[in-house]
Design a binder for this molecule. Structure first.
Ligand code: IVH
Length: 663
């Protein structure tokens, strides 16, 4: 084969597999196989410069820097959208549209509103010739070399579209890439990116396209500008764009009427935290392109589309003070006390600063204006400070030299970043341990909440975990405590009694051993069956369990080797705590299978469903991968269901799942 043919074959191979990976989300070869072919083409072209074509995938790694960007006028302007906040504004939009068209109901297309930077791609006779940022909407900067490096942007269309076609979409940075790049930036002492959107927008505007390539950006397509009409509806257009080789998200859906829109928007909001990239809302477009033409534009933007906005996940506020908090294992965490700020749908007054090293790296001080982030149900965190607004005399934060709760000098274990209070009797630690012990997924002692624990600690009724089971000896004293009364003491003591016979996995979880959570405690309980067997477990025994890795195994082993912990278990046994044996497997129906539940279950809780799988020899998991054996999907199932379908994993309903279980 001559070299030209060889190069063409490699290009075809690389294009085909990049398309499978970025557009169809269903790769056929491993990353390393792809990389090997890629290097082969790079070397071939380097040795024979005449062989590189304008659509060669090797252009996707970037090239030498340019002096500046040229401005280019979009053939069709890039408009922005009106926003809708909340259901009422969404319904008002539908009403305007219906009135404008003079019809009863309208079909829409609802798609994700990607949180990135918009980009317009111009193809001439199928070849990418120009990429332009949005700019002021009329003209933007030409960033073609940079755009070539973005994953999912085809350098040549996979189909014939003669003449000019402008394709529009959003350049985003995936959350994992963002985390990874920020980790590296902080390690190097660089300022972290505030959010994936800034990192993506900044990435597109690098003068050196190799720096853009290093940001590992991705592209999702949502429409067209100038060019031939490719379909009659927006849904049809998206399907056609996908055929032409553009990544189109499958969440986009055609829906009729305002009720369907309201439901869909609420559902997409529940998917937000689980998506691998950021979205800040849902874009709703009239589906028929003729109807779009009828409605036309205002000076601001189209009458046929609206952006339904989710609550912002980031906000600015003032950091009043850096306090600290002592956790269950004695870890002292710096905490930001904030001027109240509304973010992610709630008012936030405190946010975590992770640890003192992180605080230093993020360069945050008291008095700073800071960026607060709250994504999904995650604890609010301080992302960083706005350095321009820093007061001139603000002091650098320092680590505490004494535990704020008990005054003991803190220590730092070798190889760990966390600062710890070594005093096991530290009231803050004891209180946090007790709270965990009585929690719903642990011993589930109803009525013993945070406030009561602290009152009991203060009054000397509680000192440690075993003292919970000695409370019954002090019934009269408890009844005299302010506002408690006979009945509530009786209820409390009854739930303490009831907790003595919780299942073993709950008990193991309650012990608060590091890295042992809900899932691994189930796994451990099922394996060891009894508390006695667990007490003498060794590293090798633990490593045999599928959900237990080396880190957890050695943590458990050293926990069990500590005489104080063995004493704790013994004290609890002596006080009558007797965890019930883990449910023995009743069958091997699901032996060796990994089962994922997604969406709403209507006949049982997720926990009950997972227990069923476990008791029949299988293993529940939280996410879908190619190792998943089965997905049980209920109403409202989203990204996991999509992934299962893409990977060809078997999907059944809750009813079908229950029908498989004997008895
Ligand atoms: S359509 C004329 N669809 O949101 C309609 N825009 O305020 C033009 N965006 O700058 C936009 N996801 O960059 C559309 N699925 C989506 C989008 C989307 C994100 C961005 C876009 C634009 C802004 C509109």
């Amino acid at each position: 084969m001559d070299l030209r043919e060889k190069a063409a074959e490699l290009r075809r191979y690389l294009d085909y597999h990049a398309h499978r990976y970025y557009v169809l989300d269903s790769p056929e070869v491993s990353d390393s196989e792809y990389d090997a072919k890629f290097r082969e083409l790079v070397e071939l072209e380097a040795a024979n410069p005449g062989l590189q074509t304008p659509d060669s995938p090797t252009l996707k790694v970037g090239g030498p820097p340019v002096d500046g960007f040229v401005s280019h006028r979009h053939l069709v302007p890039m408009l922005s959208l009106d926003n809708a906040f909340g259901e009422d504004e969404l319904r008002a939009f539908d009403e305007r549209v219906r009135k404008g068209l003079g019809v009863e109901t309208v079909a829409y297309n609802a798609e994700l509103k990607f949180d990135g930077a918009s980009l317009s791609l111009t193809y001439e006779d199928g070849l990418l010739v120009r990429a332009t940022t949005r700019g002021d909407g009329t003209s933007g900067e030409v960033v073609t070399e940079n755009a070539r490096t973005v994953r999912g942007i085809p350098l040549r269309l996979r189909g014939d579209v003669p003449g000019v076609l402008e394709v529009r979409g959003e350049v985003v940075m995936f959350k994992d890439v963002f985390e990874d790049l920020n980790r590296i930036r902080l390690e190097r002492g660089d300022q972290a990116f505030a959010n994936p959107r800034n990192a993506a927008a900044g990435g597109l505007r690098q003068l050196d396209s190799r720096l853009t390539a290093a940001r590992r950006l991705s592209f999702f397509c949502y429409g067209t500008g100038a060019g031939p009409r490719l379909a009659d509806t927006h849904s049809g257009l998206l399907a056609r764009l996908q055929e032409l080789g553009f990544p189109v998200r499958q969440e986009a859906q055609r829906l009729e009427g305002a009720d369907a829109l309201v439901d869909r928007v609420a559902h997409l909001q529940t998917l937000r935290a689980d998506l691998p990239f950021g979205i800040d809302g849902v874009v709703i477009k009239v589906d028929s392109l003729d109807q779009q033409d009828d409605l036309g534009f205002t000076a601001r933007g189209p009458r046929w589309a609206i952006a339904y906005k989710f609550p912002a996940e980031q906000a600015f506020t003032k950091l009043v003070q850096i306090g600290c908090q002592v956790g269950r294992t004695g870890t002292i965490t710096p905490v930001a006390e904030l001027e109240p700020v509304f973010v992610g749908g709630v008012t936030v007054t405190r946010a975590t600063l992770h640890n003192y090293e992180d605080l230093k790296r993020r360069n945050v001080r008291e008095g700073d204006t800071v960026i607060i982030q709250r994504a999904g149900d995650v604890i609010p965190e301080v992302v960083g400070a706005v350095l321009d607004k820093r007061p001139a005399d603000s002091p650098e934060p320092s680590e505490p030299t004494a535990c704020p709760e008990c005054g003991t000098p803190p220590v730092r274990l070798p190889g760990e970043v966390a600062l710890k209070c070594p005093n096991r009797a530290c009231p803050a630690q004891v209180s946090a341990k007790l709270r965990h012990f009585v929690g719903r997924n642990s011993m589930d002692i109803e009525g013993l909440g945070e406030k009561l624990i602290d009152r009991f600690l203060e009054a000397g009724f509680l000192q440690d975990i075993p003292s919970i089971y000695r409370l019954r000896l002090r019934r009269e004293e408890l009844e005299k405590l302010d506002k408690l009364g006979e009945q509530s003491v009786a209820n409390l003591l009854a739930s303490i009694e009831a907790s003595k016979n919780r299942p073993l996995d709950r008990f193991l979880n309650a012990l608060g051993i590091r890295f042992v959570g809900d899932r691994s405690s189930k796994d451990i309980a099922r394996h060891f069956r009894t508390l006695e067997a667990f007490r003498t477990a060794h590293y090798e025994d633990l490593m045999a369990l599928p959900d237990v890795g080396a880190r957890t195994a050695s943590e458990i082993e050293s926990w069990l080797e500590d005489p104080l912990n063995q004493q704790l278990i013994q004290d609890l046994i002596d006080l009558g705590v007797s965890p019930v044996e883990a449910d023995a497997p009743v069958g091997d129906l699901y032996a060796g299978q990994i089962v994922v539940f997604t969406g709403k279950l209507e006949q049982m809780t997720r926990e009950e469903a997972e227990d069923l799988v476990i008791r029949h020899g299988g293993r529940p998991a939280g996410s879908v991968s190619k190792n998943t054996s089965l997905v049980v999907a209920g109403p409202g199932a989203g990204s996991k269901l999509v992934k299962a379908e893409q990977l060809g994993v078997r999907v059944i309903t809750e009813d079908e799942f229950l029908a498989t279980i004997p008895g």
